[in-house]
Design a protein around this ligand. Structure first.
Ligand code: UDP
Length: 612
């Protein structure tokens, strides 16, 4: 599993940045499929929960520096992705923040990719100096416009820099049917010429709101056009739009702030022209072959327009109403304009692909194992997020998939029991349950990312199972315990379908009846909690008869769920000392736990004297 951290201005509800992230993730997923690789993607975001949900990735709060550093430490490649991260027009803090991340990544010896960025403006000589010396540590640098390319060239980085284009050029619009649905409630008559206006708040804007209001009024009153305001960054743009509208005599349309990037892109198809302040409104127009004019607030707008052979219709602090109107009319009437936009965009799309070709090379150069053998027991190189993703994938299949959770005790037991070793190695997924396995992993070819306990995995699957309407069967523990566990689970997950429970002390003769009970309950998921070895061997023996999609051995989880046994406090879990808590609360486990020091000795012996 290759670990990737992506940093950018994500989770801020900015359509442009989210479009970049969408393309990046889609392309990485494509890579996974084509190369049959597992990628663990962590996105640094201001709204990690939302980012995680939208893109189906792991996400870390970008403001929690310690967590950011920890994620970078664990990654294989750090992507400083898209947008204009290296500038101090907005603040020095953000420039230093993004440079700090690169510094940390290099400190830990990670590969760093400055991905399709727009560079500058950077004010003050010392900031340029700091920027230069950190940026040249990067292993791969691509920029999205010629001006950024030129700037890096002038800085004499002595480093290969590739000219690419904004990743958003590769975004696919939603289908026309979806666009129709999205626009239904606005009742816009698209038989009339329709002008989209995209504005943003900017510190040097002066009387911009008054002027845009006048332009919009003239377009509606004198020309009979539709004017539609399009927010590109949620409520921040809506505030500006409302200010403009309060100054207007006519009533324009305002689109919702909740469109996803590919939806907004699809909507752009319906416009005759876009008056854009935000860079990605111009990029979206270009992709959809819609005419556009730009009002510049930042050199990146000038750079973009230059690539289309255009100039800004004005600057945010000084534009002239008449000049903007002349530009609109010129653009609308120029017959060759659409052809020109189309050709340049084709070129931009090719350039945008360049960054992804280099990314593919970078990923291919990282050699990672899919699984390792810890004392001859296969452990899959997955972290929590990837393990969960795989379990969910198993749910979509028709044949049973087995998940085991090898820990130190199981591995040690298997040293004396070849049959048990065979059973453990027969699963579809072996997740590293326990800090001991994670510790040992570095001696067996690859340091594992983190421990993934069976109980945590089972619990994290519950909301998914509830959402998907999957049927769950709980098998194991003393009579009455599984019922209690069911009760407690239903308190937490009201709509979870627990289609059956059965204790784990049935005889050999009863076995077929138990299998029959499970099958007739039509369970999709079977959690088997009969303790290590017994549960794995039972699953192995019965897997051909069972009709569930996911079967997982979960040890003493039903005891914990029922409240019979208390799980170690979170602090113990975080420190990897769950075993110690168990030892003090259940001292009779002492003998079993001797496996841990024995394991350490065997691992070290293997490392020193070789042999495996
Ligand atoms: N158990 C069971 N059937 C058996 C033996 C044990 O259902 O024949 C149950 C037992 O009641 C307990 C769980 O298996 O709920 C074992 O818990 P433990 O914490 O020891 O799990 P382990 O550490 O072995 O995975």
């Amino acid at each position: 599993m290759k670990n990737i951290v992506i940093s950018g201005y994500y989770g801020q509800l900015n359509t442009g940045d989210e479009a970049i992230l969408r393309v990046l993730i889609d392309k990485l997923r494509e890579y996974e499929r084509e190369e049959n690789e597992d990628l663990n993607i962590v996105v640094l975001s201001s709204r990690p929960e939302l980012t995680s949900k939208l893109y189906n990735v792991d996400s870390v709060n970008r403001k929690k520096i310690w967590r950011v550093v920890k994620s970078i430490k664990k990654c294989d490649i750090f992507i400083s992705g898209g947008g204009s991260l290296f500038q101090n027009e907005t603040s020095n803090r953000s420039l230093y923040y993004y440079l700090f991340q690169i510094f940390v990544a290099k400190l830990f010896g990670k590969k760093v990719f400055i991905f399709s960025q727009g560079i500058g403006p950077i004010k003050k000589w010392y900031n340029i100096l700091i920027f230069k010396h950190i940026i040249k540590l990067a292993d791969y640098i691509t920029v999205r416009d010629y001006d950024s390319f030129d700037l890096l060239h002038r800085l004499k980085l002595k480093k290969r820099v590739d000219l690419s284009a904004d990743p958003a050029f590769l975004l696919n619009p939603c289908c026309e049917k979806r666009v129709e649905k999205l626009l239904e409630k606005y009742n816009i008559d698209f038989n009339k010429k329709t002008i989209g206006i995209v504005v943003r708040k900017w510190k040097k804007e002066k009387d911009m709101a008054d002027k845009i209001a006048q332009i919009a009024d003239i377009l509606i009153e004198n020309e009979g056009y539709n004017v539609v305001f399009i927010p590109f960054q949620g409520k921040w743009d809506i505030i500006k739009i409302n200010e403009i509208i309060s100054k207007m005599k006519n009533k324009p349309y305002i689109l919702s702030e909740n469109f996803q990037p590919h939806e907004l892109l699809g909507v752009f198809r319906n416009f005759d022209l876009i008056v854009g302040m935000r860079l990605h409104s111009l990029i979206f127009a270009a992709i959809m072959n819609t005419r556009f004019i730009g009002i510049s607030y930042d050199p990146k707008i000038d750079s973009f327009l230059k690539m289309y052979g255009l100039k800004p219709a004005g600057y945010v602090d000084s534009f002239d109403i008449n000049n903007v109107l002349i530009n609109i009319q010129y653009m609308l009437s120029e017959t060759k304009m659409l052809k020109k936009i189309e050709q340049t965009t084709q070129n931009m799309v090719q350039k945008a692909e360049k960054s992804f070709e280099i990314l593919k090379e970078a990923l291919n150069s990282i050699k990672k194992k899919k699984s390792i053998n810890v004392l001859d027991v296969r452990v899959d190189c997955v972290n929590f997020y990837k393990a969960k993703e795989k379990c969910i994938e198993f749910l979509a299949t028709s044949s049973p998939h087995i998940v085991f959770t090898p820990n130190v005790e199981m591995i040690m037991l298997s040293q004396k029991d070849e049959k048990f070793k065979k059973v453990l190695n027969s699963s579809d997924l072996n997740i590293p349950d326990g800090i001991g396995v994670v510790w040992a992993s570095k001696y067996f070819g690859e340091k594992l990312f983190e421990r993934v306990t069976g109980f945590d995995m089972m619990m994290s699957l519950m909301p998914e199972l509830e959402k998907k309407g999957c049927r769950v069967f709980l098998l194991g523990a003393k009579p009455g315990i599984a019922e209690k566990a069911k009760e407690n689970l239903l308190k937490q997950f009201k709509n979870l379908e627990i289609c059956g429970v059965y204790h784990g002390y049935f005889s050999e003769e009863e076995n077929d009846t138990v299998v029959e009970i499970i099958n007739s309950s039509k369970a999709d998921v079977l959690f088997v909690a009969m303790g290590m070895k017994k549960q794995e061997e039972w699953i192995y023996k019965n897997k051909k008869k069972l009709k569930c999609k996911l079967i997982m051995g979960v040890g003493g989880s039903l005891d914990v769920l029922s409240g019979e046994v208390k799980r170690a406090p979170v602090m113990f879990q975080r420190l990897g000392l769950e075993w110690f808590y168990r030892l003090i609360t259940q001292p009779w486990r002492f003998k079993r736990m001797l496996a841990l020091p024995k394991f350490v000795l065997v691992v070290l012996k293997t490392r020193i004297f070789g042999g495996r």
